[in-house]
Design a protein around this ligand. Structure first.
Ligand code: HEC
Ligand code: HEC
Length: 292
């Protein structure tokens, strides 16, 4: 009898321990994991504010760099993409200020620090809704819900298909890059030479007194990597809190003004005979006509 009782008691104790293991331990693990994740986000925030915010914006709203806090951008790119961009940088695009931060590539960040940054940036994402009745700003029901959150600076970087998924329109120039447009842009560029210099090299007389370096608009980076839509957006809205002033008012004088400026700046990266209506293109046409 005693033995039976002891056996029963043991079973009860055993079951209690087992149920503790089954029900309490996973919960404890969950909490611990959540705590580790919260700490990681916090570490990531510290690194971000000291090393990344000056280019990507304190709220991820973008600046010289992509708006990495934009929920549409976050919905399009996975952790691995973000990890690679941080650790590997964008050095393959010559002249990009986005250097490789990973220590494997000579950067200053350990692997776990890159991971903390990924967690921190991901924390800005608005996730899809999973329970009925839930909605913005906690989660989105249809991709179109996110459209109002997109940072306009990111728009030119998305492909047409990506934009369509979020009910967005691409930022495309309505003004063809003709010689007429280039000449109109050249006249308007007189307003820009004090900082950007007569050739757009960033060496205007007012440049030295500014707290940041003025962009060289003839650089390979601006000519090859920055899409027209982004150049348009930056001229129209300015950036670096107004150090690069906003020129949106020009559109009230001429609706094509900012695209004309964009066409003029981008004309530096292409041979003149490829610009319709240019003297070089006319001469080519004349040669073709004369030769036949
Ligand atoms: C000196 C400015 C600068 C600093 C500092 C900087 N970045 Fe960038 N970053 C850029 C630019 C510019 C790009 C866009 C590169 C391109 O498209 O050519 C970029 C791209 C990125 C991208 C990929 C975005 C995309 O559209 O593919 C991520 C992610 C990123 N940066 C994260 C970071 C993090 C995290 C830090 C801090 C450790 C950081 N950056 C520091 C300028 C900077
Ligand atoms: C008060 C000085 C100033 C004036 C005037 C000015 N800019 Fe800028 N501009 C800047 C600075 C500073 C930057 C930022 C440099 C950087 O971060 O790359 C900049 C950046 C730009 C860029 C972005 C280049 C890039 O990195 O993608 C464009 C395009 C541009 N300016 C065009 C213009 C045009 C067109 C005008 C005239 C309508 C103009 N700017 C007038 C100071 C000026």
């Amino acid at each position: 009898m005693k033995v039976l009782l002891a056996g029963a008691l043991l079973t009860v104790v055993f079951l209690a321990v087992l149920s503790y293991e089954f029900y309490v331990e996973p919960r404890r693990m969950e909490l611990a994991e959540a705590q580790v994740k919260a700490n990681s986000i916090e570490f990531g925030a510290e690194i971000y504010q000291t090393g990344c915010a000056q280019c990507h914006g304190p709220q991820g709203q973008g600046g010289i760099g992509t708006a990495v806090g934009d929920p549409v951008w976050l919905a399009l790119y996975d952790d691995d993409y973000i990890r690679r961009a941080i650790a590997g940088g964008r050095g393959q695009w010559q002249g990009s200020p986005m250097v490789a931060w990973g220590e494997e590539l000579g950067g200053s960040l350990r692997r776990d620090e890159v991971e903390d940054l990924v967690h921190f940036i991901r924390n800005w994402q608005i996730p899809p809704c999973t329970s009925p009745g839930a909605g913005l700003p906690d989660c989105y029901s249809t991709p179109e819900d996110l459209a109002p959150y997109v940072v306009a600076r990111n728009l030119p970087r998305y492909s047409d298909e990506q934009l369509a998924r979020f009910g967005l329109q691409p930022l495309k120039s309505p003004v063809p890059r003709t010689w007429d447009s280039v000449l109109r842009g050249q006249a308007l560029f007189q307003s820009c030479t004090s900082c950007h210099g007569p050739q757009g090299l960033g060496d205007g007389p007012a440049a030295a007194a500014l707290p940041i370096r003025v962009a060289n608009l003839r650089s390979e980076y601006v000519q090859q990597r920055v899409p027209d839509g982004e150049i348009y957006y930056l001229i129209k809205n300015g950036f670096w809190h107004g150090i690069m002033p906003a020129w949106g008012f020009l559109e009230s004088q001429s609706p094509t003004a900012i695209w004309d400026l964009t066409n003029y700046i981008k004309s530096w990266g292409i041979p003149e005979d490829q610009i319709p209506g240019s003297p070089a293109a006319q001469a080519l046409l004349g040669q073709a006509a004369g030769g036949s």
